[in-house]
Design a protein around this ligand. Structure first.
Ligand code: SF4
Length: 200
């Protein structure tokens, strides 16, 4: 029996839910090569990993014919992880421009409205649970800046952050306020009105 992973769209991280849920150890994390390892001799094609994967990167075949069909689908898949970023963040892939280091933050702050998303987990899970920034900023001034930073405890302490992800909102280099925690797509309006209260 066989499991396949579409590494074109998989973020290939040790936190993979498929690894955690696999009852036989057919999926594991290969520390040395930093990749998810598949041992198809152990796979019983139960399908748990496929159901667990939020982006459909894990596929499970029951027969050799199905394996070949799924492999071809993966080979022909034109997507990359960048496409997922485009989907979440707008017309252009999330670039290094958005991703800054903690020590760059002070230098990035100007008189413009600046939103800084702080997170600890850069896996696809974090991406999927965040609301597309293009939707959050659609009614904001055109010079609004947006950055993402992976933060340490020092920054958490500095801004009194209790829950991640947190959106820090600055203007004129001053912190206007923050919104903490995950907001699902269903809570988008709630998030937008909280941000509005802070910036108005
Ligand atoms: S199909 Fe079941 S046994 Fe096979 S890798 Fe997935 S979770 Fe493990």
């Amino acid at each position: 029996m066989s499991v396949l992973i579409n590494f074109k769209i998989c973020d290939n991280a040790p936190e993979c839910g498929g690894i955690a849920i696999c009852p036989t150890g057919a999926l594991s994390w290969d520390e040395e090569n930093e990749t998810i390892k598949i041992d198809n001799d152990k796979c019983i094609s139960c399908g748990s990993c496929e159901r667990e994967c939020p982006i459909g990167a894990i596929r499970v075949a029951q027969t050799d014919e199905e394996y070949a069909k799924l492999q071809k689908e993966i080979d022909d898949d034109p997507r990359t992880t960048k496409d997922l970023f485009v989907d979440r963040y707008g017309a252009v892939p999330l670039s290094e421009f958005f991703m800054i280091e903690e020590n760059e933050l002070d230098g990035k702050l100007t008189e413009s409205l600046t939103l800084v998303e702080c997170y600890e987990d850069d896996s696809i899970q974090c991406l999927l649970s965040s609301i597309p920034i293009k939707e959050i900023t659609s009614n904001m001034p055109s010079d609004t800046k947006f950055y993402k930073i992976s933060i340490s405890d020092d920054t958490k302490t500095k801004y009194d952050i209790k829950e991640l992800p947190t959106l820090l909102i600055f203007r004129n280099k001053e912190l206007l306020g923050k919104v903490e925690g995950v907001y699902s797509n269903e809570q988008k309006e709630e998030l937008i009105s909280k941000i509005k209260e802070i910036i108005e």
